[in-house]
Ligand binder design. Structure first.
Ligand SMILES: *Cc1c(COP(=O)(O)O)cnc(C)c1O
Length: 381
């Protein structure tokens, strides 16, 4: 039944009109015939029925008490970071999205939030990063761009022994493949710009809290700061949810084929995909995640081949972003990790030979042929 809930969210039929999809409510204010008994909605920043349809659907899919939709994935992460105060210390997955590192370094550091980066799939490394003022851990799973797999159950158990809040950026995995809250996490965050919306045409973010009291604190932040998702975009993200399982299934099956094909190429020195048995996180992924996802990363033997490969790609898009219907190649140095300083990139092994692929919904055969042909042509040029 869990997968049917992507379609039957509980909010798909509008109570007022019986329409089979939620209407887009544009009103910024609501008439209060009796201001001493105000209606459910009073002002758009504080609550909107279209946004609520998405928020309740996400809370249901992530098995949490409350969900909140934000103007972007970064807005959702910002709301999460606003839970903390000057002098607090956070532990964050080392190879996480560049924007997360940028907002922590460029903004939250000015407000006294301390951050340490750590490979969260390594419990000993985590233990060594703990400080007396550590308040939370933010795990990005799978990590970006090297798809390291963190055992959320194991990390949550350790973190809760130290009264840390466990936050998981679940963008790569999606609620189709895993519910981190069931494994012990307290808060799940998504860039819904990616797989959830799924068509490279919406910017959105979501946060879901396991418990109502944490949800209430997030609601305060969403309302106080005004960084919630507008109604139109809430509708598009809600719409994307319905096809998430079918899109993920198809893309994942192609990603496995592409990973295997790349692994067999002499020009490719390394393939990072949790579905490959040699991947360091394979065993943890098999044990804790329902599938391996649609993202993979590889290294070419000669970094110059990265540039040479691009003109030989026939339909693949090149740029930032992922999780759309089309296959997208990102060069971490130029795209997802451009916000890092050169030292931060070196520290994370992000070098010019690295290529990240978001496998799309084209024919698997075409995707494999696309990359094999382009890489071989690049090496010949
Ligand atoms: C893209 C992304 C974000 C930021 O999301 P936006 O919607 O671009 O603001 C955060 N975390 C991860 C893992 C991402 O991939």
């Amino acid at each position: 039944m869990d997968d049917s809930r992507f379609i039957h969210t509980g909010k798909e039929v509008d109570k007022a009109s019986q329409s089979v999809v939620p209407p887009v409510y544009r009103a910024t204010t609501y008439h209060q015939a009796d201001p001493w008994n105000p209606p459910r909605f009073d002002y758009a920043r504080s609550g909107n029925p279209t946004r609520e349809a998405l928020e309740e659907a996400m809370a249901g899919l992530e098995h949490g008490a409350r969900g909140f939709a934000f103007a972007s994935g970064m807005a959702a992460l910002t709301a999460a970071f606003l839970l903390f105060s000057a002098g607090d210390h956070l532990i964050v997955t080392r190879d996480c999205q560049g924007g997360t590192q940028r907002v922590l370094r460029g903004i939250f550091s000015r407000f006294g939030l301390e951050v340490s980066y750590c490979d969260t799939d390594d419990l000993d490394a985590l233990k060594a990063t703990l400080r007396p003022n550590t308040k939370a851990i933010l795990v990005e799973n799978f990590s970006n761009p090297f798809l390291r797999v963190t055992d959320i159950g194991l990390v949550s158990e350790w973190a809760h022994q130290h009264q840390l809040l466990v936050m998981v950026d679940n963008t790569f995995i999606t609620p189709y493949l895993q519910q981190p809250l069931d494994l012990g996490a307290d808060l799940v965050i998504h860039s819904a710009t990616k797989m959830i919306s799924g068509h490279s045409d919406v910017t959105a973010g979501v946060a879901v809290a396991r418990q109502a009291d944490l949800g209430q604190r997030l609601y305060f932040i969403q309302n106080a700061t005004g960084i919630a998702l507008p109604p139109e975009d809430s509708y598009w993200a809600f719409r994307g949810l319905k096809t998430l399982p079918v899109r993920m299934e198809r893309a994942e099956s192609s990603a496995q084929k592409l990973a295997e094909a790349l692994d067999a190429l002499p020009e490719v020195t390394r393939v990072y995909y949790p579905g490959l048995p040699a991947h360091p996180g394979h065993e943890t992924a098999v044990r804790t995640v329902r599938g391996f996802g649609q993202m993979l990363t590889f290294r070419l033997e000669n970094p110059a081949w990265v540039r040479a490969m691009i003109p030989h790609l026939k339909f693949t898009m090149v740029g930032a972003g992922f999780g759309g219907t089309e296959t997208i190649v990102s060069l971490p140095e130029k795209h997802c990790h451009a916000a890092l300083t050169p030292d931060e990139r070196t520290d994370r092994f992000i070098t010019p030979d690295v290529v990240r692929v978001s496998v799309g919904l084209e024919d698997a055969k075409d995707i494999v042929e696309e990359f094999v042909t382009a890489i071989q042509a690049a090496a010949r040029d």
